[in-house]
Design a protein around this ligand. Structure first.
Ligand code: ATP
Length: 460
């Protein structure tokens, strides 16, 4: 991107609340006229990023620019941006016209100019005949249109939209999505849109920014993000996916579900552990035959309007989701096949838990804010900083928090065909990753235990 094309620049921006990093070294460059969506699960920092761009909050580190000018410390009203919030935040005692005219009156523009601008904004949002109505008498969708009109009447260079459709019912949301897209084209200004709804992001955006835990995971067009997710988090978040542990045998050959498959990926290195992502619509399902790469039994089959969504338990014990126009009922034996191009191989972000710690004595090591018993460690003196490794399957979660050495909350749950991969946010504010066959729910409080023999202490 040429520098002059860039309207918003976010450079190495972090935001801390106390010592908690809500945004962590975020970098983003938005082109003039682009429709950019910031997408991510609740609490990942989307709204905070938008508020920093709007100026309602200040970055703890880094620089924000608008049209090349550093505005990191500029107050909101001096920035050429306007924000539309989820709650319409209209003035209930003013009618539609006066709600939209409010900012223009503050600027003391002549009455005739205000009237012209308000009418133009109302036309833009399809509310021409509503100027005298009380805002209370409008539907949710109409109120949101008024809120958008109120924002665009100031002719901002950038419109920031924070989940503006979240309070509307499904039908209204779909209608408004199309209208927003048209409005964006007509206005020709830059839209930065926050949502946790992946379908909305795929429908509306030129560019999607996927965030998780205060970091940007991937930036790309909707097709890039859907077809080439950069990691298992993005794959799982955008649409349905089968996500499996795999090992690269060598270039263009990957092993998963206990079989070897031709793929198109190279450069991972032989015997590297990888994540394999296969979209359910990319798996062929048919009567068992020699063409099948995997065979199994259908365990559930649901009609989804256009296609059937089926779960297949393979002979090796992996559960795969398959979507097809043809129905194979529960109980049927089937063959499955995936073409090399549809097997997406991704680098694993981690292959075990790694913590910084301190050896306390020969059989005790401190990490995650606790002292753990470990197998006797020779060659390292007490009070020495060490690296601690724990395999995912060796972290034990307990229902009863008191049964754990430390406590935490289950945050993300990824099903990997034959087990769950969980992220547990510990009360020490650091994540621990767990592979388990037990079923946990998002938000469950847990005790965390690790057997001494499963703690590897490594000299730094
Ligand atoms: N003023 C604040 N003080 C302390 N913590 C805050 C503050 N504002 C936000 N947070 C925390 O920062 C994290 C990110 O919040 P943010 O609102 O940016 O997330 P989000 O992705 O927009 O989530 P949602 O979709 O639920 O609104 C959350 O854990 C939130 O509790």
């Amino acid at each position: 991107m040429q520098k002059s094309d860039c309207i918003i620049g976010v450079e190495h921006v972090s935001k801390f609340f106390g010592d908690k990093a809500v945004l962590n070294d975020v970098n983003l460059s938005v082109r003039k006229g682009e429709f950019v969506t910031i997408l991510g699960p609740s609490g990942c920092g989307k709204t905070t990023l938008l508020r920093l761009i709007a100026g309602f909050q200040t970055a703890s580190e880094g620089v924000i620019t608008i049209a090349g000018k550093d505005i990191t410390q500029t107050p909101p009203h001096r920035r050429p941006v306007n924000t539309v919030f989820q709650k319409y935040a209209l003035f209930p005692h003013l009618n539609v016209f006066n709600n939209i005219a409010f900012g223009l009156k503050l600027k003391k523009l002549p009455a005739a100019t205000i009237e012209k601008k308000v009418k133009q904004a109302l036309r833009m949002v399809g509310m021409t005949d509503y100027e005298d109505r009380d805002v209370d008498s409008l539907s949710g969708g109409q109120q949101q249109r008024v809120a958008i009109a109120r924002a665009i009447v100031n002719e901002p260079e950038v419109l920031l939209l924070d989940e503006p459709l979240a309070a509307l019912d499904l039908k209204m949301r779909k209608d408004m999505q199309m209208e927003l897209k048209e409005m964006h084209q007509k206005l020709g200004i830059t839209f930065i849109y926050v949502t946790h709804d992946q379908e909305e992001a795929l429908t509306l955006s030129d560019t999607i920014v996927v965030m998780s835990e205060g970091r940007i995971q991937q930036i790309g067009t909707p097709t890039d993000i859907y077809n080439e997710p950069i990691n298992s988090f993005v794959a799982d978040f955008i649409g349905e996916s089968n996500i499996l542990n795999g090992v690269m045998v060598h270039d263009r050959l990957v092993r998963f579900c206990e079989h070897e498959f031709d793929c198109v990926d190279t450069g991972f290195g032989d015997r590297t552990q990888v994540d394999v992502v296969i979209r359910p619509e990319d798996i062929y399902i048919f009567e068992p035959s020699d063409a099948a790469q995997l065979t199994g039994t259908v365990t559930s089959s649901i009609f989804k309007g256009v296609h059937y969504e089926m779960l297949v338990q393979t002979r090796e014990g992996y559960e795969l989701m398959v979507q097809d126009y043809h129905c194979f009922e529960a109980g049927r034996e089937v063959g499955l096949l995936v073409k090399p191009f549809d097997i997406h191989v991704m680098k694993k972000e981690r292959t075990c838990n790694t913590f910084e710690g301190k050896l306390l004595d020969e059989t005790h090591v401190e990490f995650l804010g606790c002292s753990f018993e470990c197998s006797p460690v020779q060659d390292i003196g007490p009070e020495t900083p060490v690296t601690v490794e724990v395999d995912f399957q060796n972290v034990i979660l307990e229902d009863n928090e008191e049964d754990g050495r430390l406590t935490g909350e289950v945050k993300f749950i990824l099903y990997k065909g034959n087990h769950y991969h969980l992220t547990v946010f510990t009360d020490w504010d650091e994540d621990i990753f767990v592979d388990t066959n037990d079923v946990w729910d998002d938000g469950d409080r847990v005790g965390i235990r690790i057997a001494p023999e499963n703690i590897r202490v490594i000299k730094r």
